[in-house]
Design a protein around this ligand. Structure first.
Ligand SMILES: Nc1nc2c(c(=O)[nH]1)N[C@H]1C(S)=C(S)[C@@H](COP(=O)(O)OP(=O)(O)OC[C@H]3O[C@@H](n4cnc5c(=O)[nH]c(N)nc54)[C@H](O)[C@@H]3O)O[C@H]1N2
Ligand SMILES: Nc1nc2c(c(=O)[nH]1)N[C@H]1C(S)=C(S)[C@@H](COP(=O)(O)OP(=O)(O)OC[C@H]3O[C@@H](n4cnc5c(=O)[nH]c(N)nc54)[C@H](O)[C@@H]3O)O[C@H]1N2
Ligand SMILES: [Mo]
Length: 769
């Protein structure tokens, strides 16, 4: 094959040429901001980590199931034929279902998998397990779990966090001041779930910067922006304290008569309760700028000035998703909503708020509403479902009850875990605990393209194709393009498509016809495309027929003529177009939440100190060099989560094979750490190595360790029997596995204190046990 063939990924549309086992990858010609991560693709397809054959854990194959459980995490696998692998997989599925019921099968399988919307691995698994009688699943996602459960109580839906939010064409035109809580992360805008025809985020950022609007980044880190223009001013804030800052900004508006009380009266409920709290009537503490200053480490006068400035101009507020990925992550969102309500600009062009405007490429991208062509998982007859991040708790505590969003739920007794398209040993918190949890089920099956840490915790490992080895359609609800993904090369090794693996298993288990509906790959693509085309037709969006689309390779949906302004209909007619909250209004006080009686999420926004933060006494006592730092585990600029970590773009940033972490020079000097040194990060939950990069773009007291390094614990446990030191720099060795609140039970990786010391490589390699 000689020509370049179009394919797509979550990090962009690209063209690839395959010859003699090598891939030459170049960006789509019409993409103005292609991602450097494209340089990882050849390694993803052909690298040594690529799974080429089905594998079964030796002890499991020998029938010693106790030994197999204990050996999870090790890599004593035996390659087997597909026939053997699928026969054993089908046997285990049937055995567990017949002995323990479908609820004992876990198919939550959280993860991003591929951009292709038909071969989307998790959806394929869930469709398969649904037809098999059902499975225990997960709700929410790791990105904005707190928001998914919390926002409906206050705003009626989750548009504010997942889109559509007010579009950036309108913001660029009308906004005078843009406040970015969590700043702007250009690296994150390389990515969109389901891919994108063109990277639009950076273009919109440039448009906003050129428009003359003022911007301010409020964040513990200061991100470098590409392109022209002056740097955006940076206001450093202590991690986990945005709620206090925003409460004090609310207080200033009230105190100085700048609050739009008419807006609150007409469009909100609970104004009185929240104002009583702000003034200190309910708890004796007025939420003044002086009060907040001590919490967020920002001068009081700066806080008051900022509030005044917002009231004097058309102001748009956005907060990155990371801010809610923290202990009490509900509160900064509620504080943002309360402040936006007091400003009274919600529903006006250029005013109001969003959560995550800069968190992905497509947020705020103007686009007509059209659901993507995609496979749907279909019904799941089993009702058991956990909040996404309660995975370890579920596996470790079958039968235990826990509070969630006003309910009491019970953890099911899981006997079989099937993971396909996600990497919990990347994404979940407290990996030592997850290791214990993964040793509980009777059987673990992982279907993967690479030998990840999760695959190493399986008994049965099934090798899947990458998107380059199959035909598919890429599409995202936040992007204007629908893109054909053409097969570039034949399957590597014995890898098979996820769909083909499940079709084969369905055949063995007696429901092949229902699973395939008699369609092959192309017939499926045609059918999911037709659904989108029919929906489009009812909305005056006329897509070409499938053959034309497949021949031309891409469809560009039109840009709406008018900018979208979220909440404008509600603003125009609050009675006629109410929100889907119990009151139909913005709930600054929620009776429903208050009635749940949770001490960690009262009925209105409340400052609740996080479990771990720099303001805690433990972080402020003792010699400075021995104090903990606040670790932020942000998204990596060189890969997608854990995907492609072995690739050259990701590897070129490493220090001695470990993930680089950013540390302020003064914090480094105190600890005798120099640029390029290996350091050890540790706390009561675990320890890992990282490479020190000294940077003044991170505030003092904070250390940034991106997510996604492939978990590689030393074989030797420590004296207390804890898992060995992770040599890769995976931050989830250090994070706490606990819910943000009883309301949302969301993951809280950003609430993590760690100790840091220089690490000198011992003469005797400590990996030997
Ligand atoms: N400490 C900390 N942890 C975090 C976060 C944080 O901020 N801090 N962020 C969280 C967030 S926001 C997210 S979204 C999660 C991401 O967590 P995940 O989505 O689990 O991360 P990925 O690395 O994308 O994992 C996808 C896996 O699917 C595999 N895969 C890709 N394509 C296919 C396919 O076609 N078939 C099959 N079978 N497999 C495939 C890849 O090889 C990869 O191992 O991480 C979360 N974890
Ligand atoms: N290249 C690349 N892009 C990605 C991804 C990837 O893996 N690679 N992942 C994608 C996914 S799944 C998601 S969910 C999004 C995530 O998008 P986000 O959640 O927005 O991204 P993060 O990088 O976790 O954090 C963004 C910023 O939040 C700031 N921040 C952290 N804690 C606080 C705080 O307490 N207060 C304030 N004010 N700021 C804080 C940090 O300094 C950081 O600059 O990114 C997406 N984009
Ligand atoms: Mo995410």
């Amino acid at each position: 094959m000689t020509g370049y063939i179009q394919n797509a990924s979550h990090w962009g549309t690209f063209e690839a040429r395959h010859s003699e086992g090598n891939l030459d990858v170049r960006p789509a010609p019409n993409d103005p901001h292609p991602s450097p991560m494209l340089g990882n693709i050849d390694a993803m397809v052909h690298g040594p980590q690529r799974l080429r054959r089905p594998l079964i854990r030796r002890a499991f194959l020998d029938g010693d199931f106790e030994a197999a459980r204990a050996a999870r995490g090790g890599d004593d696998f035996v390659p087997v034929s597909w026939d053997t692998a699928l026969e054993i997989t089908a046997r285990e599925l049937a055995r567990v279902r017949d002995t323990h019921g479908n609820e004992a099968i876990f198919g939550g399988s959280y993860g991003w998998a591929s951009a292709g919307r038909f071969h989307h691995a998790r959806t394929q698994l869930q469709r398969f397990l649904g037809q098999f009688g059902g499975y225990t699943t997960q709700e929410q996602n790791y990105s904005y779990a707190t928001a998914i459960t919390f926002l409906p109580h206050v705003l009626g839906d989750i548009d504010t966090v997942q889109g559509p939010v007010s579009s950036l064409d309108g913001i660029a035109k009308h906004t005078g001041l843009l406040l970015n809580f969590g700043g702007i992360s250009p690296g994150n805008m390389q990515v969109e779930a389901g891919g994108m025809g063109q990277h639009s985020g950076l273009g919109w950022l440039a448009t906003c910067r050129k428009s003359g609007m003022e911007m301010l980044n409020i964040s513990p880190t200061d991100q470098e922006l590409p392109g022209e223009g002056d740097p955006i001013p940076w206001l450093p804030i202590r991690p986990g304290t945005d709620t206090a800052l925003l409460l004090a900004m609310c207080y200033t508006l009230l105190d100085e008569g700048l609050a739009e009380l008419d807006f609150v009266a007409r469009y909100c409920i609970g104004g009185a309760q929240v104002m009583a709290y702000l003034r200190g009537a309910s708890d004796g503490i007025a939420k003044t700028p002086d009060w907040a200053s001590a919490i967020c480490d920002i001068p009081a006068e700066r806080i008051a000035d900022l509030a005044r400035k917002c009231a004097k101009t058309r102001c748009f507020l956005t907060m990155s998703w990371s801010v809610q990925r923290a202990d009490h992550g509900e509160q900064p969102m509620w504080a943002l909503i309360t402040f936006a309500a007091l400003l009274g600009q919600i529903g006006l062009p250029g005013g109001g708020l969003a959560i995550g405007l800069w968190s992905l490429s497509g947020m705020g991208n103007p686009r007509p509403a059209l659901p993507s062509p995609a496979l749907r998982p279909g019904p799941n007859p089993v009702k058991a479902c956990i909040p996404v991040a309660r995975i370890s708790d579920m596996l470790l505590n079958p039968g235990a009850t826990y509070p969630f969003n006003g309910e009491t739920r019970t953890y099911p007794d899981i006997r079989l875990v099937y993971w396909c398209g996600g990497n919990p040993f990347h994404h979940h918190q407290d990996l030592a605990k997850l290791t214990r949890a993964f040793r509980r089920p009777e059987v673990v099956i992982v279907q993967e393209i690479a030998m990840t840490a999760t695959a190493r915790h399986a008994d049965i490992v099934l090798p899947a194709t990458t998107t380059l080895e199959r035909n598919d359609i890429a599409s995202s609800s936040r992007d204007r393009f629908i893109t054909a993904m053409y097969r570039v090369l034949p399957p590597v090794g014995e890898a098979r498509d996820d769909h083909a693996i499940f079709a084969d298993l369905a055949e063995r288990l007696g429901f092949a016809d229902a699973f395939t509906e008699g369609r092959d790959e192309m017939a499926w693509l045609r059918s999911i495309y037709e659904v989108a085309r029919e929906t489009g037709a009812t909305r005056d969006l006329h897509l070409p027929d499938f053959d034309t689309f497949w021949r031309d390779g891409q469809i560009e949906l039109p840009t709406p003529e008018e900018p979208y302004v979220q909440f404008s209909a509600f603003r125009a007619d609050p009675e006629g177009a109410p929100l889907k909250t119990p009151s139909g209004k913005i709930e600054l006080y929620s009776k429903a939440i208050a009635a749940m009686g949770y001490d960690d999420c009262p009925g209105h926004v409340t400052w609740l100190p996080p479990r771990e933060w720099l303001g805690a006494e433990a972080a402020q006592t003792g010699p400075e060099a021995l104090r903990p730092l606040h670790m932020l585990s942000l998204q990596p600029a060189t890969r997608l989560h854990s995907q492609m970590d072995p690739g050259p773009v990701s590897q070129s940033a490493k220090i001695n094979g470990a993930e680089p972490c950013l540390i302020h020079p003064e914090d480094a000097i105190l600890r005798n750490i120099q640029n390029g040194d290996l350091v050890e990060l540790f706390n009561a939950r675990g320890r890992c190595l990282a490479g020190a990069r000294l940077s003044e773009r991170v505030m003092r007291g904070v250390i940034v360790l991106p997510t996604g390094a492939w978990y590689r614990p030393e074989a030797r446990k420590d004296r207390e029997g804890r898992e060995g030191r992770d040599m890769s720099g995976n931050p989830n060795t250090l994070t706490e596995d606990r819910g943000s609140s009883k309301l949302t039970q969301a993951p809280i990786p950003q609430t993590t204190l760690v100790f840091v010391r220089r690490y000198d490589i011992p003469d005797e390699p400590s990996t030997q046990s």
